[in-house]
Design a protein around this ligand. Structure first.
Ligand code: MG
Length: 128
């Protein structure tokens, strides 16, 4: 991931785009995420549907690429390693959502358990 951050930094620097305000990058991440979501606005594509539709597959890949680029640029501007940030977040999520509560859960994707944990977390977070 560090190599990708460096490649993106070079790309941005070559265009004098390497000093964008963090708010502009955050907005761009959200705009690109909306572009990804637009593909699903009136369609509930399954993964099989997407893989069968070459054009759709490429468009979705491109939007994911846009999102990753802006996330990496945010990491560059704020001087942190995106891979380390993602790994730290995964470790936190693993503690918050223990695998044993979700694995082989009859509830699709463990939605009920997820909602319960999330509700409890928010209740404790805003308690003071
Ligand atoms: Mg895009």
């Amino acid at each position: 991931m560090k190599k990708l951050q460096e490649t993106i930094h070079k790309y941005m620097k070559a265009r004098n785009w390497d000093d964008l305000p963090p708010a502009d990058i955050a907005k761009s991440v959200s705009i690109e995420a909306a572009e990804l979501l637009e593909h699903f606005q009136w369609q509930n594509w399954s993964k099989e549907d997407i893989k069968k539709n070459k054009e759709k597959y490429e468009e979705i890949k491109a939007e994911i690429g846009d999102i990753v680029i802006y996330c990496a640029e945010m990491a560059n501007i704020l001087s942190f390693d995106l891979e380390i940030a993602a790994n730290n977040k995964l470790k936190k999520a693993a503690k918050k959502y223990p695998a044993h509560l979700f694995k082989n859960n009859k509830d699709p994707h463990g939605t009920g358990v997820y909602e319960k944990i999330k509700k409890e977390y928010r209740k404790n977070k805003f308690k003071s």
